[in-house]
Ligand binder design. Structure first.
Ligand SMILES: [Zn+2]
Length: 196
């Protein structure tokens, strides 16, 4: 099975071997591709421990509240902002994304990207163009319109959003490509919806 996931009751991530083949991992990949694909994916899974659902379980897998009140209310506010951002997106005219069902996966994608960017920050001669393109390639897909419609009810954001919404949160991306206010991918720091 090509998949990976997080189990809140075991507080454990599972990366099934079959996912580490071909496009997500292969032995000829450059560092840039490894961090953008398998690296980002590992960060994604770990961060599920701290998404809206995983956050309700403690380190021993018990469903219990372990947060300070202040942290948890800030966390909920950030999730509400992320949800509202997705609610406003229309893949087709008159059809909005349901923010409430995608926040967990959107939060994990962004955390995974942030972890990958942190991990490569000190690397010399790191090629960000190769890195960002490899990340986009991770979600490259060709679908029928019917299947794309059905993805509106999926907890994962649609693939083009997993690329665009994630990348526009990061200065590393905006600065590297010279994206400025007025450009389609630009998102001002106060409008960003990164949770972690
Ligand atoms: Zn996930």
């Amino acid at each position: 099975m090509v998949n990976c996931f997080y189990s809140p009751s075991y507080n454990c991530i599972y990366i099934l071997a079959a996912i580490a083949q071909g496009n997500i991992y292969n032995s000829s990949m450059s560092d840039e591709e490894l961090y953008a694909k398998l690296g980002m994916m590992i960060g994604h899974e770990i961060s599920h421990a701290f998404d809206r659902s995983g956050a309700q379980y403690d380190k021993d897998g018990n469903l219990t509240s372990w947060w300070t009140e202040e942290d948890y209310s800030e966390f909920q506010e950030r999730n509400a902002k992320l949800e509202a951002y997705f609610n406003a997106i229309q893949p087709w005219e008159g059809q909005n994304i349901q923010g409430s069902i995608v926040t967990g996966e959107a939060c994990a994608d962004m955390a995974g990207m942030k972890a990958a960017l942190r991990a490569v920050a000190d690397k010399e001669d790191f090629d960000y163009d190769v890195f960002f393109r490899a990340y986009a390639n991770l979600w490259l897909t060709k679908d029928s319109l019917q299947r794309e419609y059905s993805l509106l009810n999926n907890k994962h954001p649609m693939n083009y959003l997993r690329i665009n919404v994630v990348l526009q949160q990061f200065d590393e991306f905006l600065d590297f490509y010279g994206i400025r206010e007025g450009d389609g991918m630009y998102l001002s720091p106060e409008d960003r919806v990164l949770i972690w």
